[in-house]
Design a protein around this ligand. Structure first.
Ligand code: UDX
Ligand code: ADP
Length: 467
């Protein structure tokens, strides 16, 4: 079956636009997919052997279709003009200044992308909002498009939020739990929804493709992320009780997760959730609730983020207290810097907060992550809010190439990301190379605490007491 859409353009070659449209190209060889970005370095990387994002399985998909029906370019205007359907997958960071700073999403990139579509389009288009955005963004996009469009050109707006999780993006895209397409409840709106649905129908069972109105679709994305993050904050709040009582959070999560009404997923206690979505989307929901004059609702969701901050601070306090109430000039090996395993992404990673706190306490920090570059780590640690400039920072922080290098002469190891390779380390070797007493703080509950104790380590795990 051929769909009516023959050419797709995606604005934004990031973590969402790149993998999503690469999979569309892979699954729909009859559709030409062009991914554009204003960032030339990023586009060059997409056209090279070294893709700009690390995502298991992504290389295979891109290398299979690139140059055939998948293209990466900075020629935005040409790509817009040729396309029947345009995905808008640009970044929507939390606003740093002005109204709603710290909560609301900065829609400047969405707006400029929308204006660009309006300006250059010479034929009718379906414009699909793919970035996570506050409710009503589609409406604003529609207003901009309609006010600026030429002659007989019509724009149909759809909301098609992406639910992929980094690290499992390709699998999530190939086998999605659902695809959500929001549209205007008009004959034209339904037609546009149908055109997009036909693309997904090439590989997604029809009953998993949900169509709703625009508002439901936009809110569902924020709601899904808020509900997922809420589970993590709930289990993390319980982990504090476990540490104080002697209950074990993994046992509690297992016992609760066996209840089919609760289910086992997203109940892994941790040093705190990170990533580009959870915090941003919840704060968006908080802002929306306040705007709608629903302060109790706003306070309810805000608490999910507050517990996440508390969890990170609590872990740092435990580390300092255990290391005899001071970490000044102590050497701390931080294992993992990405916000979760199988990605090189560090956005809102708990490791950033931990490392900043260690630096502020004058510790010496050695960081190892299998996929995050030294440059990215220094960028994250020198962001505004930290008093150190890069030169000062480099006196306190070293980025190294292995967990062994990080641990040599260290007083403590802190596991910040759950990379599989950390489970396989030769801990006898590590123990021998460390200062004694040798401490391990497992912020991800991935290590075998009993085995480590038998080697001689003093082990502290989130959600477990050390009586
Ligand atoms: C999330 C949503 O899962 C995805 O549907 C949405 O499209 C984007 O936001 P992502 O942020 O990529 O995806 O990863 P996710 O697997 O949800 O993990 C987010 C954070 O929560 C990570 O820091 C992870 O380590 C943490 N986490 C996850 C836990 O601490 N415990 C868990 O049980 C699960
Ligand atoms: P996400 O995780 O949501 O995909 P990223 O920051 O990884 O976010 O990617 C968004 C991309 O969108 C960036 O590479 C950025 O350069 C690009 N971008 C922003 N504005 C535009 C625009 N008007 N046209 C094309 N690309 C854009």
């Amino acid at each position: 079956m051929t769909t009516q859409v023959k050419k797709i353009c995606c604005l934004g070659a990031g973590y969402v636009g790149g993998p999503t449209c690469a999979v569309i190209a892979y699954k729909c060889p009859h559709i030409q997919v062009t991914i554009v970005d204003v960032n030339e370095t990023r586009i060059n990387a997409w056209n090279s052997d070294n893709l700009p994002i690390y995502e298991p399985g992504l290389d295979k998909v891109v290398f299979d279709r690139r140059g055939k029906n998948l293209f990466f370019t900075t020629e935005v205007e040409k790509a817009i003009n040729e396309a029947d359907l345009i995905f808008v997958s640009v970044n929507t960071p939390t606003k740093k200044a002005g109204m709603g700073a710290g909560y609301a999403a900065d829609l400047a990139y969405i707006e400029s992308a929308t204006r660009q579509i309006a300006e250059v389009a010479r034929s009718s288009k379906i414009v699909v909002e793919k970035s996570t955005v506050p409710c009503r963004t589609a409406e604003s996009m529609r207003t901009i498009l309609e006010a600026n469009s030429h002659d007989d050109i019509r724009f149909d707006i759809l909301s098609n939020p992406e639910f992929l999780a980094e690290g499992t993006a390709i699998n999530d895209l190939m086998f999605p739990d659902r695809v959500l397409i929001g549209g205007l409840q008009t004959p034209e709106g339904f037609k546009a929804q149908q055109a997009l649905a036909e693309i997904y129908e090439q590989w997604v069972p029809k009953d998993k493709i949900i169509t709703t109105n625009l508002w439901s679709s936009e809110l569902s994305k924020l709601a899904a992320n808020a509900l997922l993050a809420q589970r993590i904050s709930s289990i993390n709040a319980l982990s504090a009780i476990c540490e104080a009582t002697g209950a074990d959070i993994d046992e509690v999560a297992y016992a609760c997760g066996c209840d089919s009404r609760i289910g086992p997923r997203f109940l892994k206690a941790s040093v705190g959730f990170g990533g580009s979505c959870f915090q941003k989307d919840i704060l968006n929901l908080v802002y929306l609730s306040e705007q709608l004059n629903l302060p109790e609702v706003a306070a309810y969701w805000k608490q999910v983020v507050d517990i996440n901050e508390y969890q990170k601070k609590r872990f740092v306090s435990r580390i300092i207290k255990t290391l005899f109430n001071t970490i000044t000039n102590k050497k701390i090996a931080v294992l993992g810097f990405a916000f979760k395993k199988d990605t090189g992404d560090t956005r809102e990673s708990a490791a950033i907060t931990l490392c900043k706190d260690f630096i502020q306490e004058n510790a010496r920090v050695k960081i190892y992550d299998p996929k995050v570059s030294e440059q990215q780590i220094f960028y994250d640690l020198s962001e505004p809010g930290v008093t150190y400039d890069i030169k000062d920072l480099k006196k306190r922080v070293t980025v190294v190439q292995s967990a062994y290098e990080a641990s040599t002469n260290a007083d403590a190891i802190v596991v910040a990301t759950e990379w599989d390779e950390f489970k396989e380390l030769d801990f006898e070797r590590i123990y021998k190379s460390m200062n004694k007493p040798a401490f391990i703080f497992d912020g991800r509950l991935i290590l075998d605490a009993e085995k480590l104790k038998s080697i001689g380590f003093r082990v502290h795990t989130i959600g477990r007491a050390n009586f």
